[in-house]
Design a protein. Structure first.
Length: 257
């Protein structure tokens, strides 16, 4: 049984003029330690899928389980939204300390401060520890949000277009950071579900790409070469992948390897 399992999952948002169906009969499995991207056009249900995985919404029908449990806050997964979602009234360090103490009962302030410092070093934000969110660039805020997600020590990281508001340079830096975090997690590798509308980003980072069409999964694609993939090192594989993904997104192609 895969670590994350969705079986015939459907979800509708309630609305004043009737409910809006966002996902219909989605089934998929994700193994522990996998780095999976989810791509698809705007409005096809990517964020909804992540919200269900985070336990922020409950399925209208079907089953969803992570490690054999239904998802929920504090149950081993952590969602990182675009923009970071930091508490504006706390410093960067304060945000990380808060996350640490929320999730590690009995952790003293001094030790939390120390661990927060180490996490901020890991995301190259040690110099910004005492700044408030409004003082940060987009890339810095996103790095702080990643440090906070690491503080929670979640086995599963759910990332919803985390880099889409960033300029090219900051984006490339953070893409490498997230790969490092995934590869070098102490003990077991984290499971990463990475939502992006950028096919290039998905192809650079993930071992598998799940491609969505409105409300459902259109198909998927697995890479043979390890990430990060550059056009120099695996141009032919990337070219073929791009064509297949575009075909899937636009309704052509068929499912299968
Ligand atoms: P994506 O992240 O792929 O852009 P979403 O998951 O945000 O797509 O949205 C999927 C569908 O659900 C869209 O039709 C969107 O309009 C609808 N939707 C999203 N959030 C809500 C909401 N809070 N209330 C009603 N409909 C929503
Ligand atoms: Mg979205």
């Amino acid at each position: 049984m895969p670590y994350i399992e969705l079986k015939s999952l459907s979800f509708s948002y309630p609305g004043a003029t009737g409910s809006v169906s966002a996902l219909e009969d989605v089934s998929l499995g994700i193994e522990r330690g996998e780095f999976v991207s989810v791509v698809g056009k705007s409005g096809c249900g990517k964020s909804t899928l992540l919200r269900l995985l985070a336990g922020l919404e409950a399925p209208s029908s079907g089953v969803i389980s992570i490690g054999g449990e239904s998802p929920g806050p504090g149950r081993g997964s952590m969602i990182v939204f675009q923009g970071g979602g930091l508490f504006p009234w706390q410093t960067v360090r304060g945000n990380v300390v808060f996350a640490l103490r929320q999730t590690h009962r009995g952790l003293g302030r001094a030790e939390a401060e120390e661990r927060a410092g180490a996490l901020l070093e890991q995301v190259e934000l040690a110099d910004a520890a005492e700044l408030y969110p409004y003082q940060l660039s987009g890339g810095m805020a996103q790095r702080a949000a990643i440090a906070r997600a690491l503080a929670v020590d979640a086995m599963t990281l759910l990332l919803d277009e985390p880099f889409s508001a960033l300029d090219v340079g900051a984006r490339a830096q953070l893409q490498r950071l997230i790969l490092r975090v995934w590869e070098n997690a102490p003990g077991e590798r984290k499971t990463v579900v990475f939502v992006t509308h950028d096919i290039g980003e998905a192809m650079l980072l993930s071992g598998r790409i799940i491609c969505m069409r409105p409300r459902s999964v259109a198909g998927e694609l697995r890479f043979k070469s390890p990430a990060p993939r550059s056009p120099e090192s695996c141009g032919a594989e990337l070219e073929a992948a791009r064509e297949r993904l575009l075909a899937l997104m636009n309704g052509g192609g068929h499912d299968g390897e």
